[in-house]
Write a protein that binds this ligand. Structure first.
Ligand SMILES: Nc1ncnc2c1ncn2[C@@H]1O[C@H](COP(=O)(O)OP(=O)(O)OP(=O)(O)O)[C@@H](O)[C@H]1O
Ligand SMILES: [Mg+2]
Length: 385
């Protein structure tokens, strides 16, 4: 973890809260905090500040990586690796559960509750020697069971001198009910100051105000300005919001748009996204299995998201990955079940089997990630900064 960073603009209140968090950790007093905010809001920068303030702590950390999502316990293992010297301090059942979870021992799939308790004990054993700071960044990409375990731990930490702090993008369903710090865009004045600090030439104040408004104070978007627009373009006012927005941000906008549509429309969009060929015949058969009239797609067509013809065509590749992501696990399963049912066993056995497997085991985010990769290939862009 970095020891020193450039100063953060406009984050005095947030930094004060983080400083207070660290100061409050002592025997008998733990702290849990979730930093929540959209991409580029500055969560990682604040976590770096926190880590730098915790010189006296044993600092451990992990950042979720999108492609690891379904490697069970991968995130937890990475986080706990520096603490494994304390394994012997754990009661045998907990130690064994953790060893199996981390692939250090063999045995039946460990009981999740026991793994949670084991992590609590491990934290307590480490914290008995030195206060512990555990930082979990990009929690939305941690594998599911690691995140569940850590959320269990966060709810049960009691008297150990431990700070457990998460950074998570706007996923309201994750890490619900824990103490939270919302990381929002900078105030106009702070955003202006940050923009001025990275611009090589003075900006026409009117252009500058518009840039500030359109970047919504997001540090990443502000820092991108000089990279994406030349000084001449800027001074002429050629600033287009979102011109260089990251595909992830664009996709998120589509997810929001899709979620505002009627439920049946969303199900049909998910169906169209999960069906790899754009085959309208298959789409219609699967819609019948779902008992959703194809006419329910009309609001999405009217909104310009998709065209319904002999080939289903999303208007932008990112809309397809957004449509897939907009559904939850159960929705996706149901859709894959319908597609398995509607796919011809003679003509397309592999695809039928694939849909059936997704319906049975639950599709993982690899599918979403793969759709996103396709979208990125199609747009020639990089998905995440
Ligand atoms: N207050 C700030 N002042 C100056 N620069 C900042 C500030 N906050 C963040 N930055 C810079 O903005 C960029 C984006 O910030 P950061 O990576 O922390 O965002 P994030 O919320 O973690 O995004 P993501 O969800 O994509 O991980 C980084 O280059 C960071 O150094
Ligand atoms: Mg980050």
């Amino acid at each position: 973890m970095p020891i020193s960073q450039p100063p953060l603009h406009g984050r005095a209140a947030e930094c004060a809260l983080l400083d207070e968090t660290i100061a409050a950790v002592a025997p008998g007093s733990c702290r849990v905090l979730v930093l929540r905010g959209e991409a580029g809001a500055g969560k990682t920068a604040l976590l770096d500040h926190l880590a730098a303030r915790a010189e006296k702590f044993c600092r451990i950390g992990v950042s979720g990586v999108e492609s690891d999502m379904e490697l069970a316990y991968a995130g937890l293992q990475q986080l706990c690796a520096p603490l494994l010297g304390h394994l012997d301090a754990l009661p045998a059942p907990q130690r064994e559960a953790l060893e199996v979870a981390f692939g250090l021992g063999s045995g039946d799939t460990p009981d999740r509750f026991l793994v949670g308790l084991a992590v609590l004990s491990l934290f307590a054993a480490a914290a008995a020697e030195q206060p512990l700071l555990a930082v979990v960044d990009d929690a939305q990409w941690l594998d599911q069971v690691s995140l569940q375990t850590l959320s269990f731990v966060a709810r049960r930490l009691l008297a150990e001198p431990v700070a457990l702090v998460f950074g998570v993008r706007d996923h309201p369903e994750l890490l619900v009910g824990l103490p939270e710090l919302a990381v929002r865009g900078l105030s106009d004045a702070d955003a202006r100051e940050l923009l001025d600090s990275v611009m090589f030439a003075g900006l026409d104040p009117r252009v500058r105000d518009r840039v500030i408004a359109e970047t919504r104070g997001l540090p990443l978007a502000i820092l991108e300005v000089p990279r994406s627009v030349s000084a001449a373009e800027l001074s002429a006012g050629f600033w287009i919001a979102g011109k260089r927005s990251s595909p992830a941000a664009v996709e998120q906008t589509y997810v929001r748009r899709i979620r505002s549509l009627p439920a049946d429309t969303q199900r049909l969009l998910l169906l169209a996204a999960a069906e790899p060929l754009g085959d309208a015949g298959l789409f219609v058969r699967a819609a019948e299995q779902l008992d959703v009239p194809v006419s329910a797609l009309a609001p999405a067509e009217a909104d310009g998201l998709i065209e319904f013809g002999s080939r289903m065509r999303f208007s932008h590749p990112l809309i397809r990955s957004a449509a897939y992501r907009a559904g939850d696990l159960l929705d996706r399963r149901e859709i894959h079940r319908a597609l398995a049912g509607a796919t011809d066993a003679q003509l397309d056995p592999d695809r039928k089997a694939w849909h059936a497997a997704q319906a049975a085991d639950g599709p993982d985010d690899d599918v979403a990630a793969e759709l996103e990769r396709c979208a990125v290939r199609a747009t020639g862009a990089d998905t995440h900064r």
